[in-house]
Design a protein around this ligand. Sequence first.
Ligand SMILES: *Cc1c(COP(=O)(O)O)cnc(C)c1O
Length: 586
Amino acid sequence: MSGQFVDKDGNGIEDVAEFYAAIDRASLTHRISAERPYIYTTMEVYDVENGIRGAGGLGVLAADTRRTAEALEIPFVMLTPFYHEERHQEMIDLVPKDTYEPRNPIDAGFEKVGEVVIKVESEDDATLEIHQKILGSTRFLTMNEPGFGALYVGDASDDHRLYQEVALGLGGYAALKMLGLKPAVIQLNETASTFAAVARLDELCRNGMGLYEAIVYVRKHTLYTNHTLLQAAEPEYTYAQFEKFVFPNLTSPALKHFIAGLFREGRLKLNSLTIEIAEAKNCVSRLHAKVIEVKDLSGERVDFKAITNGIDLNTWLMPEILEFYHDRGILDKFNMPGANFREVLEQIEAVDELRGIKRIGRAKLNEELTRRKNQYGEVVQIPDDAMLFEFKRRFVEYKRPWMPFEDMGEIRSILFESNAHYIMAGMMPGGVDAGDKTYDRLQVMLKNIDNDPFLKERVHYITDYDESLSFAMSAGSDISINVPEVGLEACGTSFMKDIGNLTMLISTNDGGVADVEPPAVFNVHGDSYSEEITSLYEQMRAAAAAMKDDNLWVGQVTKQLAAYLPIICGARMIRDYLRFLFKTEH
Ligand SMILES: *Cc1c(COP(=O)(O)O)cnc(C)c1O
């Protein structure tokens, strides 16, 4: 999927120096190198092509960051576990069921490069196998052992999760050292990866630096990226848990003492620790940075910079669309917006060409659907002449996947009047079962659909949602629905795939969508849930009408693009990270 960026004449970038110069950081060629790479640490990566399947947006963001770094030729190392179990979903008689498939790094094209040891108080040491895969200027460095367990297994504050976090951070850092790599900077994708920065502190202290000097140094070279809006859900650990899993792996008594001092009533939130050791902190959309309420241990509100997530355009945009953008100068050779992209978009008259590209998108979707099953275990195909609505998001409360089905009469008449189909996908979190609210709502929704002979033929819940289905749905649908409860979506990137692939978006004004004021999409709003539902149906009707009119349609898809293109570019996100971490030229 990923590869070199090229402009309309087929010219790629010469090397990364060109990108650094373009973002006013020419000196980065001296500050980031193959031996001193940009380190990115994350519990989750979603990169099926490279053999690692995650759970959701956090993992997709991580994968996109690496892919974009590869295309820009930035020296980059991703530290992440390689999980031996991969979760899938099937559905029989409308009842969802989790299945697990075994995975191993060798089959996924990784090579073993060594082992590192993690000590656990009064238990046997854990020996982590380190595997790597080199991809251009980037590499994956993964850790695992037979008892490591699956992604997000168990409770976030239990012993095993802390062990996994220690294995990622301290084990991953030891793996870097083993390969002779020294971090230029470390990006912590959520607090679960904070022990990589702790490992760096320990190393500096071990080499003779004073603790406070070491903290100043590590703070300056660490970026903490926060995706969490519900702080209540933050994991916290007891002192005893740290004594068991963390302290045995640290050598500096001063560092242990410092960490011990961060406990309050015998507990420590990883958030509190991370805030202390990372100076640069970012949230993943403007709204998120505005509403986040995080306090440090002295009770001060912590400042987070807004760096909105982007997507790797080479991965998520149809090649036919990318070519169109490059030909017209809408995108430049870094896959950033071209100098006059807004004027170009305003003057586009290529309705037939763009409609033709969307027909190719529909064919790609139908091709993907031949390998997929709906809620009845059957393969579905979407007729070429049907309009298509879509919803593709994890099946969790705040994303409200059931919202379009709150009034079965309304959804029926909208789909009927527009000769439309509706396709949806998205898994529930692992371990959710009958009796849980989301599980029960999924059941009610699917049964209501099943009880309606028309909707039963028109509404397709496709199981085992993943990246390739996500891409195909963006490419092949006409109208996408994104209705998170306002204030609860940190960013969301699915909507970016839709806008990039010329799919009209219906959305509440939340997450990254709210970066643009006023909204450039079909906006769902209201003071209550019932008002929002009414608004959603209005916007579905408005979008369906726009779909039937060439001028309205091209006007809408280019308006969305003009508003959001600078936001959705993965290269823009990396530019913002680099400028934030390296504030000045020297
Ligand atoms: C793009 C993508 C996501 C991101 O989802 P959001 O809800 O928009 O954050 C999650 N899962 C998969 C498989 C994706 O492809």
